[in-house]
Design a protein around this ligand. Structure first.
Ligand code: IPE
Ligand code: IPE
Ligand code: MG
Length: 270
């Protein structure tokens, strides 16, 4: 039995995360460690994306959302941005037949009109061509940032209200969520960040309110199926409480009690 098979055997297929989101970080450092230009790291990162999609699809995960390019990444040196855009277009075109064969549906998330035309056409074509696929939904976050998305939603709702088409009093969490780029998708159960940083970098701020966070030092190009499987196993060993107490959601603690041990707060505090 390989190491991967051993971890897979421990994963409970009935308790898989429905939605896994990944901040794919560390391409530049991977390249630097090998004395290569940063963009070689991005090229290697494409192979890692292929692997992660295959893994999620085979395991039966419903949604995989990948942070591929942030709004802030537009501020990188033009040569790196240009290469990234080229790679994104090239990769989606190359992968399309495989995605269709595996019933993977592409969903573009972010300020897509801002993507240069050549790559944008290939992305939109892949989204169209996979629109009736019913397996894994692969969210591709491109020119995406959470603050951008929430600002857009606020503007849209404000416009509707100003036009008299929406009563501000009826705006609730569901209405706000349905105006985000992820409308209709469940919130991520598990968020993985590779590359060692422990930050969110403007990713899905609204949607990860109750996600389990997993930070790994593994650089994205090195992130393999074993690392992915380990993250899922780690997720399954956590207790998600959503603000409740352990006893409320866990039958193993039937004797959890909730009042004060002493009749009054004064007795305990003096
Ligand atoms: C992630 O890798 C890919 C993108 C942000 C596009 P980085 O390019 O950020 O790699 P590091 O963090 O510099 O190693
Ligand atoms: C986050 O990585 C964005 C993507 C992975 C696409 P960055 O490398 O841009 O994040 P920071 O700058 O380290 O926070
Ligand atoms: Mg980075």
């Amino acid at each position: 039995m390989t190491e991967l098979e051993a971890i897979l055997a421990e994963i409970d297929p009935a308790r898989l995360p429905r939605h896994v989101a990944i901040i794919m970080d560390g391409n530049g450092r991977w390249a630097r460690s090998k004395g290569l230009p940063r963009s070689d790291g991005h090229a290697e990162g494409v192979t890692s994306v292929h692997r992660a999609v295959e893994f999620a699809s085979d395991l039966g995960i419903e949604y995989l959302t990948l942070y591929a390019f942030s709004t802030e990444n537009w501020n990188r040196p033009p040569e790196e941005v240009e290469t990234l855009m080229y790679l994104i277009g090239w990769a989606i075109e190359r992968e399309l037949p495989d995605l269709i064969r595996n019933n993977v549906r592409i969903r573009l998330i972010g300020d897509i009109p801002r993507i240069p035309e050549k790559a944008r056409e290939k992305l939109l074509n892949a989204e169209r061509a996979t629109s009736s696929c019913t397996g894994l939904t692969l969210g591709m976050c491109l020119s995406y940032s959470s603050r951008w998305e929430i600002t857009e939603a606020a503007r849209r709702l404000a416009r509707l209200a100003a036009d008299g088409k929406l009563d501000p009093e009826v705006i609730d969490e569901n209405i706000l969520a349905s105006n985000l780029s992820t409308a209709g998708m469940p919130d991520p159960d598990l968020l993985i960040r590779t590359g060692g940083e422990q930050r969110i970098s403007n990713f899905l701020l609204w949607q990860i309110a109750y996600s389990e966070l997993c930070f790994t030092p593994v650089l994205w190009p090195d992130f393999g199926k074993k690392d992915f499987a380990e993250a899922i196993l780690d997720y399954q060993n956590r207790e998600r409480r959503f603000g409740k107490t352990s006893g409320q959601i866990n039958d193993n603690i039937p004797d959890e009690t909730y009042g004060l041990s002493s009749g009054s707060a004064e007795d305990l505090l003096t």
